[in-house]
Design a protein around this ligand. Structure first.
Ligand SMILES: *[C@@H]1O[C@H](CO)[C@@H](O)[C@H](O)[C@H]1NC(C)=O
Ligand SMILES: *[C@@H]1O[C@H](CO)[C@@H](O)[C@H](O)[C@H]1NC(C)=O
Ligand SMILES: *[C@@H]1O[C@H](CO)[C@@H](O)[C@H](O)[C@H]1NC(C)=O
Ligand SMILES: *[C@@H]1O[C@H](CO)[C@@H](O)[C@H](O)[C@H]1NC(C)=O
Ligand SMILES: *[C@@H]1O[C@H](CO)[C@@H](O)[C@H](O)[C@H]1NC(C)=O
Ligand SMILES: *[C@@H]1O[C@H](CO)[C@@H](O)[C@H](O)[C@H]1NC(C)=O
Ligand SMILES: *[C@@H]1O[C@H](CO)[C@@H](O)[C@H](O)[C@H]1NC(C)=O
Length: 355
């Protein structure tokens, strides 16, 4: 998130290599020597594979189509709200709040008309599909890894106050002009085509250490949107403090293993990936999150035997394999996991302010 500090890491990493010449060579053969790499940009949103369909919850059912957002008068006033609610509240109530697993969104209140607008960025085909691919059989012993991992902005009229307030947060953070709002909507349309893909994981070298990969999720969008509003002239209430959920994996420097097409040329790599994704594919995302919660919770207080059993299941995976695979910027990366392997973090990111 804070690119400046990580850009500084490159020379540090290079100095660690025995000679500068070697560093130049290794940089050439490693496509992403700057950690964390920027999210890949696109000039249009690719069409999803027809295989990808939304399950029970369709994406953005009541959303306003792009271009149909009402323009407001330049001199109008809008209140801006930061909003949070526990993930899967409809299913688990406030349970995930206890673990700070929160979904983020932005609300607008148009003072002149009294109308409210909600804007959020999330998965087109749900979280599980953004986290693990489907293994599509293509004949005997032949698999294709199918990702359904697009994310997008959804803008709809109204703010469901109960939803955001009851187990979450709804706090005013700024007051902007109609002009800033109109420009922000223009920004959101272009952002929506520039960054079509969702990334669940944060990958770091260790707690408090450098970041290998930033996530690209609802919170990343909210933070990007605040920055965009700030660039357009919005001033934020600095007395408001907001924390954001991250699912962090800890590993040594990620190793590039191939892209979405080259992995099919390497049967050993493909086999490893298929085994790995097969293991996780059998579990639902809710199971995985709950097991991760149990895993995490285990270190704070011991609980029931079955919880320990689930925890052991995951600990066993990491202890045995010490490997994790992620798909980032359309490339597959191998992670050599280091303790504590994974963690849920909920740290503050300050609202943008003038420097
Ligand atoms: C994930 O994608 C698959 C394949 O398109 C689809 O069948 C399934 O319903 C999706 N899952 C959810 C929870 O939407
Ligand atoms: C963003 O893109 C998605 C997918 O094409 C679309 O459904 C949605 O309406 C767009 N959001 C905005 C705010 O334009
Ligand atoms: C808030 O959490 C409680 C307890 O889990 C739940 O009963 C309630 O429905 C939640 N509120 C909303 C708006 O979902
Ligand atoms: C908009 O939100 C404000 C503040 O949450 C609320 O007082 C008002 O009733 C809402 N207006 C509409 C039309 O929903
Ligand atoms: C896969 O291998 C074939 C034959 O060796 C080669 O022509 C092709 O460029 C390779 N594709 C990728 C994506 O590496
Ligand atoms: C994938 O990698 C192969 C081999 O390195 C390369 O030839 C190909 O252009 C890459 N494809 C994409 C879409 O980046
Ligand atoms: C929010 O993050 C700060 C540090 O980033 C931390 O000190 C504080 O405890 C966090 N608040 C909550 C509610 O977790």
């Amino acid at each position: 998130m804070r690119m400046a500090t990580h850009l500084l890491l490159l020379p540090v990493l290079c100095v660690m290599v025995s000679s500068l010449l070697q560093c130049a060579e290794s940089t050439e053969s490693t496509p992403a020597p700057v950690w964390p790499p920027h999210q890949r940009t696109y000039d249009h949103r690719p069409t999803s594979d027809p295989y990808c369909t939304a399950g029970i919850i369709p994406f953005c059912p009541t959303g306003l189509p792009p271009g149909q957002v009402p323009k407001v008068k330049e001199t109008d006033t809008l209140f801006v709200y930061a909003m949070k609610a526990p993930v899967w509240e409809f299913r688990y109530g406030s349970l995930l709040k206890k673990f700070d697993i929160m979904h983020d969104a932005i609300g607008f209140h148009h003072v002149e008309s009294g109308l409210n607008i909600t804007m959020e960025w999330y998965e087109l085909f749900q979280l599980f599909n953004c986290t693990f691919p489907h293994l599509r059989s293509e004949g005997k012993d032949s698999y294709k890894l199918q990702w359904c991992n697009q994310g997008a902005a959804c803008l709809y009229m109204g703010i469901d106050e109960k939803h955001w307030k009851e187990n979450g947060t709804l706090v005013k953070i700024s007051q902007i002009s109609g002009d800033i709002f109109n420009n922000f909507i223009t920004w959101s349309l272009s952002d929506n085509t520039t960054y079509p893909f969702y990334e669940t994981w944060t990958v770091m070298a260790g707690p408090g250490k450098n970041t290998w990969f930033n996530p690209f999720d609802c919170a990343s969008w909210v933070l990007r949107a605040f920055d965009a509003m700030h660039d357009l002239g919005a001033k934020f209430d600095q007395s408001v403090h907001l924390n954001y959920t991250k699912v962090v994996l800890y590993s040594q420097q990620p190793i590039l293993i191939g892209n979405a097409s080259s992995i099919y040329n390497d049967s050993k790599t493909l086999e490893t990936l298929v085994d790995f994704y097969n293991y996780f594919q059998k579990r639902t995302m809710a199971d995985i999150v709950l097991h991760m919660l149990e895993f995490y919770n285990y270190f704070q207080k011991r609980t029931m035997a079955d919880i320990v059993l689930h925890m052991l299941e995951y600990l066993a995976w990491f202890e045995l394999h010490k490997k994790f695979y992620i798909f980032y910027n359309a490339q597959y990366w191998e992670l050599d996991m280091v303790q504590p392997y994974f963690q849920l973090t909920y740290d503050e990111v300050p609202l943008p302010s003038k420097h």
